[in-house]
Design a protein around this ligand. Structure first.
Ligand SMILES: Cc1cc2nc3c(=O)[nH]c(=O)nc-3n(C[C@H](O)[C@H](O)[C@H](O)COP(=O)(O)OP(=O)(O)OC[C@H]3O[C@@H](n4cnc5c(N)ncnc54)[C@H](O)[C@@H]3O)c2cc1C
Length: 342
């Protein structure tokens, strides 16, 4: 497909790809994110009333594929912005949406998330009711973009077993701090830290959503059953390189990736989100395993050079492994293990 935003993502990718090894080691910087914002890539999923163009899932997917294949580190920080835009656009808190959506869609305000702990059984971030707001204390184990982002969408759990999402400044302060460095084997340049809150007070005005945890969990699990476009982005980038080294292996793997991709996107576009969950999970598991296989094939074809610092093959192989756990739900974990064990 063609679209001006895809063309701009491809242009950005040509700039980012040669520097991706260095970006992973030295870390993403704000100017790199600002350049993506100027290219219009922060508002792809924003409401038409704000961006002037209808949000487009297919355009977003292709942009995500292109960026993740070029520079996984920068892609991952950019990726965290979009759940914030989507959730705010759907929020009943119109004042909050009106306050932040223009800047978020323009990318002059950059945001990330810290809510994946809500998928765990144990409560990591309890929220206690106060007059006019909530007090949050706990540790969100993952928060990407420290020092880069303006806002973070924090997930917490109320005493009534509801999930609460609050959009607040991401900044070291009396009640907000980051935990120790994580020494990641992939995504090391994404400035990912645990987020510590200690009596952090959130005003009701900054609350995006409060919903029963079970209800949110069903929607989150349905959403999480779909393949992330970045899984394909990395596999396709690796197969592109493999095509020059071993055309038959590249062709065989490309046709498997294309088959899974076509069906996965067809399900997202044509079938209601709550349906065909088992098939979506099977496809996600297959795509994750194909990502690992495709990047391993490239490492094999390149030889020893593949595991030297600057070569993208080793980075893509590590990123494909990261995708096994990225946005993982209990169902995705089970489907992936069933596929790997079959
Ligand atoms: C580098 C990096 C950066 C990240 N950045 C962010 C970020 O910015 N914001 C954010 O919100 N998240 C972030 N994440 C989290 C990520 O998207 C995944 O949700 C997370 O990796 C899943 O693993 P976990 O350790 O957090 O959860 P886990 O505790 O492993 O749980 C994952 C899921 O599996 C289930 N589960 C756990 N154990 C079992 C079991 N034995 N059997 C069956 N089911 C089980 C849980 O209930 C849950 O649904 C990041 C992760 C990484 C690795």
């Amino acid at each position: 497909m063609t679209d001006p935003l895809i063309a701009r993502a491809e242009e950005a990718a040509r700039r980012l790809a040669p520097l991706a090894g260095r970006t992973e080691r030295q870390g993403v910087d704000r100017p790199a994110l600002d350049a993506l914002a100027r290219a219009g890539l922060h508002g792809v999923l924003g409401p038409e009333a704000v961006t002037g163009r209808a949000p487009s899932a297919p355009v977003y997917r292709r942009v995500a594929e292109v960026l993740s294949g070029a520079d996984g580190t920068t892609w991952f920080v950019w990726f965290q912005h979009h759940p914030v835009v989507k959730m705010l656009a759907a929020s009943a808190n119109q004042e909050l949406a009106g306050r932040w959506l223009p800047g978020l869609c323009a990318g002059t305000t950059q945001a990330g998330v810290a809510f994946s702990h809500l998928r765990r059984e144990q409560v990591a971030m309890p929220a206690t009711r106060l007059d006019g707001g909530w007090r949050l204390s706990g540790v969100a184990p993952w928060c990407t973009g420290w020092g880069l982002l303006d806002l973070v969408l924090v997930g917490a759990t109320t005493a009534d077993d509801e999930v609460l999402f609050a959009l607040v400044p991401l900044a070291e302060g009396d009640a907000m701090a980051h935990g120790p460095p994580l020494h990641l084997s992939a995504m090391g340049g994404t400035r990912t830290f645990p987020l510590h809150l200690d009596g952090y007070v959130v005003a009701d005005d900054d609350v995006v959503l409060v919903a029963p945890r079970a209800q949110w969990g069903v929607a989150d699990a349905a959403n999480g059953a779909n393949v992330q476009p970045s899984t394909f982005g990395i596999a396709l980038a690796a197969l592109d390189e493999l095509a020059a080294l071993d055309p038959p292996a590249a062709a065989a793997l490309s046709s498997r990736v294309e088959g899974v991709r076509e069906r996965a996107y067809e399900l997202i576009d044509l079938v209601p989100a709550a349906e065909a969950i088992d098939e979506r999970l099977r496809l996600r598991a297959e795509a994750l395993a194909l990502g690992v296989t495709a990047t391993a094939a490239l490492v094999t074809a390149v030889g020893g050079r593949a595991v030297t610092g600057e070569h993208p093959a080793q980075r893509w192989a590590r990123e494909a492994t990261f995708h096994l756990v990225f946005a993982q739900t209990a169902d995705v974990r089970a489907a992936t293990l069933a596929h790997l064990g079959a």
